[in-house]
Design a protein around this ligand. Sequence first.
Ligand code: C5P
Length: 232
Amino acid sequence: MNRDVIIACDFPSREETMAFLDLFKEEKPFVKIGMELFYAEGPEIVREIKRRGHKIFLDLKLHDIPNTVKRAMAVLSSLDVDMCNLHAAGTAEMMRAALEGLTRPDGTRPLLIAVTQLTSTDEKSMREELWIDHPMDETVMHYAKNAAGAGLDGVVCSPLEARKVKDACGDSFLTVTPGIRFADSAGDDQKRIMTPEKAKDGGSDFIVVGRPITRAEDPVAAYRRCVAEFLG
Ligand code: C5P
């Protein structure tokens, strides 16, 4: 099913990650593993979480020359991850090479999602440092269209942009959206936020939820609430 709640497992170590996953006795949530945990623990952390029966979004945001990305993606694909990502700024050639590297001998592959512009980059630094003269929203949509044209499955974007991405790239082009908060929870450092329920109506296919679940008093209940609001 190409719609789900993904828990961002932003933990620094295997021990903390497994202690968190041990809380889930009945369900096997889709989880996101980022750079910190992957670089700390290596590929074995991916194998271990897969063995436990979870789907994995490996969030390593690759960006290098096409051949290097292709070969690195082949390694990630052999880890049997379900979703991975790269920077659309690496060009269509790099994105196509990534898809080739990801495709397994039997023709299957993980979903491949592009990062357009990092939300930490604002229009001023984009113009002055990256020398991109177009407005942020046009740049994001242009990168999304490049990713769709290269054959990628979708982009990471704000839940507030999901509908626009689908209008530009087609309804089947996936939107993976962080910046999710319950109506009654803290925003933390996220500024452009949406509830799981609104994200569903706004065109998000996958919501990535970290602290509202990982730091909840009862993470399993928070996860269930997220699933009920987003998928219910
Ligand atoms: O704890 P929280 O729900 O804010 O976590 C969101 C997750 O999504 C984190 O892993 C964060 O790094 C990631 N992310 C994000 N905004 C982006 C891209 C990724 O919050 N633009």
